[in-house]
Design a protein around this ligand. Structure first.
Ligand code: GLN
Length: 220
């Protein structure tokens, strides 16, 4: 069984690293073309720059290929820019909004946590996790509305910072930058069945505090 990481732009290596503690190396595939989706059982959409990733999705034809699979129940975990790209609606944003896959029943406002909070770390409560999760927020999108098809699964105070709609999971923060594999592990268990991922506790020993900004090289 293989899983894919969309590798057009953004924090792809960080997702691969997060998965490397949970899956054998040959089970993790970088996806840049529609053909590479064949044989993949779940997909990770990284953080980065949503306008850039959106354009490359369209140019590669991956937008249609992914949308078709999502309608058929394909498991996807999307973080930050990835969440933006799945959203049904984007509030008007200075600098424009990317074309999205329009499938996840949320309204998103990009870069909406204010200047002083453009990047920050906060404890997030995630459904199914006993202890809070270290949420790394980098120019994060705000989930301003959750429609009836999606349900909140992660909160920072009163703020919804993660949702699930069937097999689609989306977070406004970056689990891949936390040095904590619990969210990736839970998603893999839900997507591929229990026992497929090695136990998260076995791998939860490394905790990095150094974070890279996936948008640092972006133009917007
Ligand atoms: N601000 C970025 C965007 O709108 C997302 C930030 C991120 O992925 N860390 O695309």
């Amino acid at each position: 069984m293989k899983v894919g990481v969309l590798a057009l732009q953004g924090d792809v290596p960080e997702h691969v690293r997060a998965l490397a503690g949970l899956l054998p190396p040959d089970a993790i595939v970088a996806v840049t073309r529609p053909a590479e989706l064949l044989g993949i059982e779940a997909l990770f959409l990284p953080g980065g720059e949503s306008t850039t990733i959106g354009r490359l999705l369209h140019e590669s034809g991956l937008d249609e290929a992914i949308r078709t699979r999502l309608h058929a129940g394909f498991p996807v975990l999307a973080t930050c820019a990835g969440l933006i790209l799945l959203a049904r609606e984007i509030d008007p944003t200075p600098g424009g909004a990317p074309e999205t896959l329009g499938i996840l029943d949320v309204t998103i406002r990009r870069n909406d946590f204010g200047r002083q909070r453009e990047s920050f770390e906060a404890e997030v409560d995630v459904d199914g996790l006993k202890e809070p999760f270290p949420g790394v927020f980098i120019r994060a999108p705000r989930i301003v509305a959750v429609g009836p098809r999606a349900r909140p699964i992660a909160r920072w105070g009163d703020e919804v910072v993660g949702v699930r709609q069937g097999s689609i999971w989306g977070f406004s923060f970056h689990p891949e930058l936390a040095g904590d594999p619990r969210i990736h592990a839970r998603f893999l268990e839900a997507a591929l069945g229990p026992g497929y991922a090695k136990t998260a506790s076995h791998h939860a020993t490394t905790k990095s505090t150094k974070h890279t900004d996936p948008t640092a090289t972006a133009s917007q």
